[in-house]
Write a protein that binds this ligand. Sequence first.
Ligand code: ZN
Length: 564
Amino acid sequence: MKKKRFTVTSALLYANGPIHLGHVSGAYLPADIFVRYQKSKGNDVAFISGSDEHGAAITLQSKREGISPKEIIDKYDDLNRKTFSEFGIDFSIYHRTSSDLHHKTSQDFFLEMHKNNQFIKKTTEQFYDEENNQFLADRYISGKCPKCNEEEAYGDQCEKCGSTLSPNELINPISTLSGETPIKKKTSHWYLPMQNHEKWLKEWVENGELDSTHHHNPKEWRSQVLGQCKSWLDGGLQERAMTRDLDWGVKVPLSKENGKVLYVWMDAPIGYISATKQWAEDNNKNWEDYWKDENSELIHFIGKDNIVFHCIIFPIILKANKRYNLPKNVPANEFLNLEGEKLSTSKNWAIWLHEYLEDFKGQEDSLRYVLCATAPESKDTNFTWKDFQAKNNNELVAIFGNFINRVLVLTNKYWDGIVPPQNYLEDYDKEVLDKIKEFPENIGNSIEKFRFREALQELISLARLGNKYLADTEPWKIKKTNEKRTETIMHISLQIAASLSILSHPFLPFSSKKLKDMLNLNELNWDDAKNYNLPAGWQVNKATLLFIKIEDEKINTQIAKLKS
Ligand SMILES: [Zn+2]
């Protein structure tokens, strides 16, 4: 079969704070599962992400804490890079938007579009803080919400009623920098007239057609993604400013412009491309193969708050720059709530990944498992510590771990860890062996459709099948009277264990490795899971615990910590 090529991106993470479970569940874990699977199928994948180090929130935080933006971004880039790596998110590259290569790449995109008259320059009046001598980004302005009268709505949104706002709508606006009433001052910016792109965007989003040729099947896109795109397109697109008055970010590359930077639309998503360039340079590859070759598939993993970026604005930018691929799919997730409430970093209602890794050393896969099992693929879902404990103890430990433990303990006890021969197969054995062969394709199909929960359930079904086979045949009862039959049963059970070690790799990479070590297996490919991988006479190792039971005390500590 011909090798496929994928460019997989996970949303750039804002470098002004640590990673929480909502981030992981939304954009990073599903991407990592997809990438590990595709690599295991022998496909060529570039898995791209990194730190978004620009934007108003970082300058605001820098002012508040009295340290430079660079100190903030260096601190969180370091922490998040390390945390992802420890959690087994296997990026090809985790890049930074502060790199020279990224600045140059974004500026080149801007210049190309500028040259081709893709922007309109407009002068408007915007809020200006006289005390700080700066124009105010929407987030820097607060005031009374015109819709619900909440006193502290932001210039772009009211968090109370959820309305999208513009700063001009706020009643009694004040600058959050100085606390003073801002004045209005004239400023010029470059606008992208998105309405000029409506026609082809509709064709592309609704019919999957690009330049009158088939691009993708829209039925394979998630309904909430299509829904959001449609509501934007039906509402009519408008022009959007692509530059901002700010001193932190990618400078507008026109000689007369000072104090202006590219707005996040022209900056962050282009970070995927600059990251790919860096990775290609470091690994002796051609980055254009991953962004311009029509046989390469671009997939964006994001949360639902990023859909319009990746399905409307970034595609406009990509198409305006010619020959770039547009995404084949954007499997955006809904939100993960925490103990029934919305995650909130400002209210510290969050579980921080680096703290989990400290508190649950060696149990990375327990969290990967639970976050995948509760992934908000079609609606918001809820993470609770009790459910985390239950899924770990009742599924990972009691089903998966228990099966592996029984197989390895018995093999070591009966035959010093030597895989016994297969001998004569009864109908039940043949049935089980036929079933094993179906799992790689079933799990793979679900992953390819971005149905990770379904794929994970199927994986656990394989462990269930193993447990049921052992419970039905009870080899420990017939060992003394029917040695040959015991050998057959354990031979088959060991093949199930080997298949589990391969098929668990995308979801539970640490445990997959541990299990392969127990079975004395090297890296195998996905489709090897259909075959016998443990011939008679093969030496396996002693059993070690694959998953550890989590006690009430540990969970109560976490609940108390969250509520403190
Ligand atoms: Zn409101």
